[in-house]
Ligand binder design. Sequence first.
Ligand code: AMP
Length: 125
Amino acid sequence: MPIDATLAYDDQNIFARILRGEIPAKKVHEDEHALAFHDINAQAPVHILVIPKGAYVSWDDFSARGSEAEIAGFVRAVGKVARNLGLVAPGYRLLANTGGDAGQEVPHLHVHLFGGRHLGPMLAR
Ligand code: AMP
């Protein structure tokens, strides 16, 4: 079920629970502002989720309320993860679903990082 990205943050969401260590995740990077881990249902040879450590529902919420330090830290973390995985030369794709039309399912901002093969057209038609 897609979420309503206008709702308040729910601290019982699955990524909040991963951040608190209540649920395991295959982590690939962690720093002050971000956590990156493998998607449980990978849709490409590389499919990583990068999430901010703060309580933000979506890209909309984060871009509106995130501090300069959180936003800079998060963006740098996404770039670092891709770089560390060797994806810059072959290329990669970032995706942040926001709300119902995009099919966002987890109400904690996450950026999908896809790579490892040619990723095809940008959107299904
Ligand atoms: P979205 O549709 O953009 O909200 O994407 C949510 C993503 O979270 C999906 O790709 C799921 O496979 C992934 N996901 C859900 N639960 C977990 C989990 N416990 N660990 C890793 N990835 C998860």
